[in-house]
Design a protein around this ligand. Sequence first.
Ligand SMILES: O=C(O)CCC(=O)C(=O)O
Length: 204
Amino acid sequence: MSTLAKTMSKFRLAVIQLQVTAVKADNLSRARRLVNQAAAQGSQMVLLPECFNSPYGTSFFSSYGERIPGESTQVLSEAAKENKVYVVGGSIPEEDGGKLYNSCTVFGPDGEMILKHRKIHLFDIDVPGKIRFQESETLSPGSSLSMFETPFCKVGVGICYDMRFAELAQIYSRKGCQLLVYPGAFNMTTGPAHWELLQRGRSD
Ligand SMILES: O=C(O)CCC(=O)C(=O)O
């Protein structure tokens, strides 16, 4: 860990996995219910997965895309405020200025939005016979670091494929982040090969 890092205090972080369907309203109510449940079990920070309000596929991003603030971030804000927890809102397809982004919003216990992280490294992959996925066909990349302070520790945010890039984690660490969160939706081709190994590689 960086020598700049302050002491981290103990807290409970909930990492939610949920089933996503084609019905956005159902995805949102499921997410809200699970945040409530995690908070009731004592979590002070709750994390949702990548693309939690929409099926994860390039053909869905434009129809599910919304502005921020919008319908989905309103639900996240209310869930954070009602439960007095930090909510790292997975990600949603964001529409802005005619472009689409894969964006994570973070809310504080007062329901205010603290930051918005746009996925920097878009997931473009072609493993013949297994998986072809080209996020860059429809999404634009973000270009900013995203960090926030909590009473427990400083947190750095990435989204899924962002985790592949050690430089991002190293910069966050040098800037004093003690916790890195990467809401993800890994697939069953690259997931088993990389997911756990990457997490070990990003810790120190
Ligand atoms: O890095 C990988 O293998 C998976 C990444 C991914 O699924 C994503 O960025 O959505």
